[in-house]
Design a protein around this ligand. Sequence first.
Ligand SMILES: [Zn+2]
Ligand SMILES: [Zn+2]
Length: 195
Amino acid sequence: MTDAPFSCSCGTLKGVLHDAAPQHVCHLVCYCRDCRAFARHMGCADQLEPGGGSALVQVLPARIDITQGADSIACLRLSPKGLHRWYASCCNTPLANTVSTPRVPMAGMWRGLFDQTDVFGPVRTLGFTKHALKERGAPRRDKGLFAMLSGLIGRAVPAWISGDARRTPFFDEAGAPVTAPVVLDLKQRNTLYKN
Ligand SMILES: [Zn+2]
Ligand SMILES: [Zn+2]
């Protein structure tokens, strides 16, 4: 089992991702406008990849252990139907995005949380590249979407069977978010979607 420790930028929130080897995770860069807007809102735009991509590691939430500072977990939604975007409220470090229910056991962790990223192997998937910013180093086309999808299903099915799907640091046993998400209003939203 490969463990990858992580931490928010101020060190208040710490944790460990278990099963962090490439066959258990999907190392990806997402160029969608929502991920970029979230990074901007968190003040992390400087950590985006060329083309405005968010480097993420898609994992089974049950493999995420928060070992310290769990009460700093906060949640933002860019719109009432947007993904749950979890972050550490102590220093606004993004943690992960999830859908609104633990029944779909997936979390896209913000790669900037990890000091050591070799453990994930090279980036395998590029998504939403048609929304990449037109700048030097931006990718031209998506890749690895099938690998991402098959990885998702390959992790979700055993988790549904074993009950691991219910284990997540982001939702309680009843399936409610551990902290109420704040939804951005339209004005806040508009400033984040410059392109
Ligand atoms: Zn922090
Ligand atoms: Zn995205």
